[in-house]
Write a new protein. Structure first.
Length: 208
């Protein structure tokens, strides 16, 4: 899991950050990105793509990473901004903010996915990087737990949508709640989905 990190060190880079995001697909809430700089040679047998981990294990590893990483940065782009610039640009903006949030400036980025972060820093994009790089996997855990914490706060403000359980994703229960209560301020107006039992109605229509 540290092949890409070692390759970067061999190419002369000294401070390497893994970058990943959480929350591209939900109907509500922000997209959150994280940047993590680990000690050289760092390995941890349990750190992998956050989606492969239980919530309990993610939270435990979140604490491990926060303690053992050299630096951790987080970037958050809220739903209204996602609607303004689209989810891809919002994701890359969150990634850039996460890098800028690091107190230790990196000279190389390992980025999950296909798209480069819009920063003037050397970087490598890696498809499914959260399963191939310990730095990216660590960032995926930080991003996911950080976003879940934000959605728990929103749940207390808008309990009718049960964000505590669905975290803003388009579950049947969540879509039904949008139909019953209408959207709230953290719903993404630009996202469309078909609510249950309403095959001709788009969720976007509910925002008109």
């Amino acid at each position: 899991m540290n092949h890409f990190e070692q390759e970067a060190y061999q190419n002369g880079y000294r401070v390497i950050a893994g970058i990943d995001e959480a929350g591209r697909g939900p109907l509500a809430g922000p997209v959150v990105a994280a940047a993590v700089i680990l000690p050289r040679g760092y390995c941890h047998s349990e750190i992998t793509d956050s989606k492969r981990l239980s919530a309990k294990k993610r939270e435990r590893l979140y604490g491990v990473i926060k303690k053992e990483a050299l630096a951790v940065g987080v970037g958050v782009v809220e739903s209204h901004r996602i609607d303004e610039i689209n989810i891809l640009r919002a994701t890359l903006l969150a990634m850039a903010e996460a890098v800028e949030d690091l107190f230790l400036p990196p000279d190389y980025l390992l980025v999950d996915g296909l798209h480069r972060v819009p920063l003037d820093i050397s970087q490598k994009t890696i498809v499914k990087g959260d399963t191939l790089s310990v730095s990216i996997a660590s960032a995926s855990i930080i991003a996911k737990v950080s976003r879940d914490q934000i959605m728990e706060i929103y749940h207390r403000q808008f309990p009718q949508y049960n964000f505590l359980k669905n975290k803003g994703y388009g579950t049947k229960e969540h879509r039904a709640a949008i139909l019953a209560h209408g959207p709230c301020k953290i719903h993404r107006r630009s996202f469309k989905t078909t609510p249950p039992k309403q095959p001709l109605l788009q969720t976007a229509d509910l925002f008109d």
